[in-house]
Design a protein around this ligand. Structure first.
Ligand SMILES: CC(C)(COP(=O)(O)OP(=O)(O)OC[C@H]1O[C@@H](n2cnc3c(N)ncnc32)[C@H](O)[C@@H]1OP(=O)(O)O)[C@@H](O)C(=O)NCCC(=O)NCCS
Length: 351
């Protein structure tokens, strides 16, 4: 008999064991490890639910959802973001993921949610089928950029680039809000809420946000979240295109300095780029270079983003990169006007 219940603190190590058994991805396959705590990833969420499927006292599946207000078509909606679905390989195709997904929907209904959304990495057929069977609608494909850190990037400016400090908070919030003003799934920050978010997020604070200062004014900001401290990722299998890229890079690397993609068994070290705000794309370019140099110094090989849109993607594409596609699915739980939802820019972040 399988029971679905809320996860409690003492499930932490069982959840991490389960996570190790459930690599994510289809072409690029990664083993995830949230040590020292499975709960760290969602520490910054105001309202987060982690549920588990239990059989004879053993945790054999889990799923999470974060409840947040988001702006959609100029209206604030109560949304639930579904993530962290995994089932022990020895217990798959028995409907456990379906049970967990149903329970998440019940939680959403209990919390008066207007709409559920989730993102699924391209080619994750099992996950896509589950969502589609549950009535989720595919609304958009977005492109995530992973920049390769392998050489110092020379600044093309003499503007000041430095870690943010408390007095910069209001400029940072304004810059981010302006940058995402036209995006769906973005709700403008208020200074207090943004400060609270920074305080609660594991292994991230104001000093992780770099600011670009010109004529005494903050003109751009860019945060980097050292995600290795939250979740370590080990490559189990490379995507075919990355395998081919590695061969080409190894050859070309004889002549010049070039990046290497980790091989199976190697760690994928990365910073997540977030809290992006800028008045001109060239300011963001300078910040990316600066964060590249911080990463290089700290032995980090990738700068990752989730589903970015122009002009951010235009900036990122100038750096050596690889990309992946994320499918965005939604399920409205109430009558909503979602006209043009997928055509608009979508804000995605490591929720
Ligand atoms: C995705 C995952 C959670 C599915 O768990 P599960 O308990 O086996 O799923 P269910 O038994 O509820 O399957 C429901 C339906 O999904 C589809 N499905 C599930 N696994 C499938 C597979 N390997 N291939 C094709 N369809 C699949 C089927 O339509 C299935 O219904 P059916 O068995 O009646 O045909 C599991 O494969 C897993 O943990 N994968 C690794 C982690 C992951 O990718 N998580 C998703 C992140 S977005």
């Amino acid at each position: 008999m399988i029971a679905i219940r809320d996860a409690v603190e003492k499930d932490d190590s069982a959840l991490m064991d389960l996570q190790k058994k459930c690599p994510m991805g289809s072409s690029l396959i990664l083993q995830l490890d949230s040590s020292p705590s499975y709960f760290n990833r969602s520490k910054h969420q105001t309202e987060n639910h982690i549920i588990v499927a239990v059989e004879e006292g053993n945790i054999i599946g889990s799923a999470s959802c974060a409840i947040m207000e988001k702006r959609v078509n100029e209206r604030n909606l109560r949304t639930a973001y579904n993530y962290g679905l995994m089932v022990d390989p020895n217990h798959r195709r028995k409907g456990i993921a379906t049970l967990l997904t149903e329970r998440r929907e019940e939680i959403a209904t209990e919390h008066n949610i207007d709409m559920i959304f989730c993102q699924i990495t391209q080619d994750n057929i099992p996950s896509t089928r589950i969502q589609e069977k549950r009535g989720f609608i595919h609304v958009k494909d977005t492109t995530s950029y992973v920049l390769m850190v392998y050489k110092p990037q020379k600044p093309s400016t003499n503007a000041v680039i430095r870690p943010a400090e408390n007095p910069d908070l209001s400029s940072i919030v304004d810059l981010i809000n302006d940058t995402y003003s036209e995006y769906n799934l973005y709700k403008p920050h208020k200074i207090d809420e943004f400060k609270e978010l920074l305080e609660k997020r594991a292994h991230y604070d104001l000093s992780n946000i770099q600011v670009y200062e010109k004529d005494g004014e903050v003109k751009a900001c860019l945060g980097y979240w050292d995600y290795n401290k939250v979740m370590q990722m080990t490559v189990l299998q490379l995507a075919r295109k990355d395998q081919l890229m590695n061969i080409a890079l190894a050859f070309l690397g004889i002549f010049t300095k070039l990046p290497r993609i980790p091989k199976p068994g190697q760690r994928l070290t990365q910073y997540f780029l977030q809290d992006i705000g800028f008045t001109k794309p060239e300011y963001l370019t300078e910040l990316v270079k600066h964060v590249n140099n911080i990463a290089l110094e700290n032995g980090i090989r990738f700068l990752s983003t989730l589903g970015v849109e122009d002009p951010i993607s235009e900036v990122l594409s100038k750096f050596m990169n690889t990309t992946s596609t994320e499918h965005i699915y939604i399920k409205p739980l109430k009558e909503l006007d979602l006209t043009g939802f997928g055509q608009k820019k979508l804000f995605l972040s490591m929720e």
